[in-house]
Design a protein around this ligand. Structure first.
Ligand code: PEP
Length: 249
């Protein structure tokens, strides 16, 4: 971890029931979390209200997606206005499951980020290469292209956290090595320096996601350019998520 405030997000994806979420919230409420870490959880939309009314204010809440502009006649979508109304401070955009399972494209994701930021939400902007892209030596090209779509659209980087999440590491149990992650984080920072500004490059937190768990987080957190984590599976277990939050020390 570098000098920026460590950031750990828990992406609960499309998991949970009222009961399991009540248990998770209760475990999070009783966990001891390092003070100097931003902690965010992202429940499924339908449980956000339950989580907001029962979870400690110490932990902020994120949506897992948002509509690209103001809400209205868009069946099945959730607007930025609604996320704010229900107490969210963040939204995850460009997650690989939305890119590769649902088919969202770079430009659309960039527009979503711009709209969410213009309305005051923070954005967890996800990028990352697929296995075949890594094997073809295209990791940086893919990450830079996805990053550029965000950079071309966003009005400011003040409330953006970049999440580097190699697709081959998400939900697979195959975590990137600290060196593999660090290498891409440095490249992303360098890209920001050359294409946005030196200030944005040094201030923007770049977090890693992909099979982070209680056992591998400490080694990853030692890397200079890993400023936190986006955690899927392991964020569904309160005590393990707390271990990951506290891995920065
Ligand atoms: C994610 O969905 O953002 C993620 C990193 O998942 P997992 O930790 O389960 O690999």
């Amino acid at each position: 971890a570098g000098s920026g405030k460590f950031f750990v997000g828990g992406n609960w994806k499309c998991n949970g029931t009222k009961d399991s979420i009540a248990k998770l919230v209760s475990d999070l409420n009783s966990a001891s979390l390092e003070a100097d870490v931003d902690v965010v959880v992202s429940p499924p939309f339908v449980y956000i209200d339950q989580v907001k009314s029962s979870l400690t204010d110490r932990i902020e809440i994120s949506g897992q997606n948002s509509w690209v502009r103001k809400g209205g006649a868009f069946t099945g979508e959730i607007s930025v206005e609604q996320l704010k109304d229900i107490g969210c401070k963040w939204v995850i955009l460009g997650h690989s499951e939305r890119r590769h399972v649902i088919g969202e494209k770079d430009e659309f994701i960039g527009k979503k980020a711009a709209y969410a930021l213009s309305e005051g939400l923070g954005v967890i902007a996800c990028i990352g290469e697929k296995l075949e892209e890594r094997e073809a030596g295209k990791t940086f090209d893919v990450c830079f292209e996805q990053l550029k779509a965000f950079a071309d659209a966003v009005p400011s980087w003040d409330k953006v956290v970049v999440a580097y999440e190699p697709v081959w590491a998400i939900g697979t149990g195959k975590v990137a090595s600290p060196q593999q992650a660090q290498e891409v984080h440095v490249a992303v920072r360098d890209w920001l320096k050359k294409n946005v500004s030196e200030e944005v490059a040094s201030k923007t937190r770049i977090i890693y996601g992909g099979s982070v768990n209680g056992g591998n987080c400490a080694e990853l957190a030692k890397e200079e350019d890993i400023d936190g984590f986006l955690v899927g599976g392991a964020s569904l277990k309160g005590p393990e998520f707390a271990t990951i939050v506290n891995s920065v020390t």
